[in-house]
Design a protein around this ligand. Sequence first.
Ligand code: XMP
Length: 594
Amino acid sequence: MEHIAIIDFGSQYTHLIARRIREQGVLSKIYLSDIPAHGLLKGKAIGIILSGGPQSVYGHASPKVDPDIFDLGIPVLGLCYGHQLMAHLQGGEVKPGAVREYGRARLEVRHAQDVLSGIPSGTVWMSHGDSVTTLPQGFIATGSTPDCPIAAMANPKRKFYGLQFHPEVHHTEHGNAILKNFVCGICGAEKNWNVEDMIDDIVTNIKKTAGSRNVFLLVSGGVDSSVAFALCTRALGPDRVYGLYIDTGFMRLNESEEIKASLEKAGFKNLHVLDASATFYERLAGVCDPEEKRAIIGQAFLDVKNQTTEKLGLNPDAWILGQGTIYPDTIETGATRHADKIKTHHNRVDAIQKLIDEGKVIEPIADFYKDEVRTIGTLLGLTHAMINRHPFPGPGLAIRILCHDPKQKSPLPDGERVRVRGEYTILPIRSVGVQGDNRTYAHPAVLTGELDWEALDEKASTITNKEKTINRALLLLNPSNKPAFRLPNGGRTLTRDRIKLLQNIDHIVHQEIADAGLYGQIWQFPVVLIPVGHAHFESIILRPIVSQEAMTAHFFRMPQDVLAAITEKILATGSIDTVFYDITNKPPGTIEWE
Ligand code: XMP
């Protein structure tokens, strides 16, 4: 069938490109970068998109593509790394940029033709260190940003186009129109794909994958696993799908009871609840490293599941594991060939990967994004409340409680100390980020000042673009004369007291948000506990974000009165020294801190 071929170089967004094209009603397929050119023709590709990726085109091990794709007579669009690779293979030059760009930038459109036809100048989303510095022959520069003179290029005669920015991410203004120009205009694709067909396909696939086997499905109460449960039940019938909700002890206040009630109300019959908090607490005691925590949690889920199936006497050959994994879980764990590992999602730890390789796992929605899953859930008749719950990560509050091990060495030359540099202070802790498709683990900068969101957004981008040791920016919400951001001498680990403290504060925050009528405007709202301060050595970070599919995000601009009320209530608990507001977009920060 005619389609758009996407060649994957390991970008965090490759799947998103496919998804945006499907939104246009056009079939798209993702290929590994070693696909020969004739293979694309045989598969009836009518256009080629070269994805982004974490490497440099001049790196000796960087992924390349069969150069013959440029002789097929098919239009080619290169994005980010793909844009640089096209320039490199066509005789242009790519070099490390003087200024790296992560997040928002302003594109000046110079030639509003072809892919940029009808596109005005405006905001685009960038994530790159290298830039095209010399155009290949036959190309013209069609757009630029202040830090990237060749942000868009075109060879209209041969229908080759390159964009340094990402039109596929939601935060690029007119991104969909740009892709539509390429797919429908330049490639002439027909609209013949829709979401209803998707459900039939998924159900058919579940039947095929399961065969005569049954599904033991881990459910969390969130939209993903609920949709996976509903799909498996539709495909196999309720007796062949056993749902297990594992209470890890890292859920929100009263959440387990609420989830059980809502799943029962939604009509999930074969559902069982197990309190495994003792196992999770015990295994995580004293563990500080974020990736180590994630690996332990993923393994604990699997062990608890195995103990349960054993207790129930279920034949392991007759029952396969079901998970509500969605696409960002896979891509951020580095599951595609060239992608960097950003963080290990709990449903992608090694032991589960092994089961996947053995064909013992079923993940009906692994190719989809959260908003698509919500659409499928609506079509399946799940309740509005269940579908619109904020996402909550499998590892729960365990990855929102940062720990401190005084024995751990810091990569910073002057140690894990508070440092004041110019107009900001650098905190002595680190969090995970994603920059140029790579994982970062760096420090946050703390800013003080007025609640001018536009100015703060700009400042945050400037700092994280320039400073390699900083991947986030925070606004201090309770400035005092002598703010002190020190780490506790004896260190801090994951204790029951700290879990309880965060559960209470998270509850306060979410209550305020609901009362202010803001729940629906915020996509997700992590509340993070960090071992920093001057008296209690505990501080809170508020991280409300707006997103569409979790691959990119913008920090939420909260009304000042709501923010003041939240801060006051948190400080009134008497257990918190400082409250910060995370003003980092994704990239360069991730949504969660660990
Ligand atoms: P990040 O922090 O990578 O998060 O920007 C993207 C989305 O994924 C959620 N998340 C997880 N979900 N298991 C999950 O089920 C995990 O291990 C996990 N880690 C992050 C996160 O809450 C956000 O919605």
